[in-house]
Design a protein around this ligand. Structure first.
Ligand code: G3P
Length: 218
């Protein structure tokens, strides 16, 4: 399972990239606004921090303008992945861009039928919003299960990118279901490393080691 971080905070991205476990980055207009940075400038910086895909979202709602915006975004770096909303115009744009060799992430997916359309449009990634689905009284993980089943039925190559992940159990369940990628806020990625018994075990081992009076490094 690939791990993407869902943020436009370059310090967080650099820190997580240093673990060697970060496979990509997703951003959206809300995360860009939160960063307070210039969209083009921060996206370029992020693309240099990771080798994997960096999703940058178009703002236009009509196909011709989406294509123009995508043309600008594609020039930022080779690892830019154009993010388009799951609308008729978004999928028209997805089809045109993927036919032209671009990576495309189709976002704001809330139904398995939408995911089926995105796969038919050649999307590189489909982003079902697990947490927002839960927030509205639906089961976000059931949505992932349905998409996995449908994509496997037809051998679609579109990768399932579990988005709007709120906590480690979402990550665990997404991995059980077989999502190809999870994009998570930095705090959720950090939480995956933690276990109270790991901390307690280290404390005990260090206390016993101190009694030996030895060092490994001479
Ligand atoms: O990047 C899209 C998605 O991950 C947003 O998550 O928490 O704002 O629903 P959230």
């Amino acid at each position: 399972m690939k791990f993407f971080v869902d943020t436009a905070d370059t310090a967080e991205i650099a820190d997580l990239a240093a673990t060697g476990l970060l496979d990509g980055v997703t951003t959206n207009p809300s995360l860009i606004a939160k960063s307070g940075r210039d969209f083009m400038e921060v996206t370029k910086e992020i693309c240099a921090l990771v080798d994997g895909p960096v999703s940058a979202e178009v703002i236009a709602l009509d196909h011709p303008t989406m294509m123009k915006e995508a043309e600008v975004l594609r020039k930022i770096a080779d690892n830019v992945c154009i993010k388009v909303p799951l609308t008729v115009d978004g999928l028209k744009t997805c089809k045109a861009l993927t036919d032209d060799g671009a990576m495309v992430n189709v976002t704001l997916c809330f139904s398995a039928n939408q995911a089926l359309l995105a796969a038919k449009a050649g999307a590189s990634f489909i982003s079902p919003f697990v947490g927002r689905h839960d927030d509205n009284g639906f089961d976000g993980l059931d949505l992932l299960r349905d998409i996995r089943l449908i994509y496997d039925n037809y051998n679609f190559e579109t990768e399932i990118l579990a988005a709007s992940i709120r906590h480690p159990i979402h990550v665990l369940e997404s991995a059980r279901i077989g999502a190809d990628v999870a994009t998570m806020p930095p705090a959720v990625i950090r939480a995956l490393f933690k276990h109270v018994l790991t901390d307690k075990g280290i404390e005990g081992f260090l206390a016993d080691w101190a009694k030996t009076g030895q060092t490994i490094l001479k």
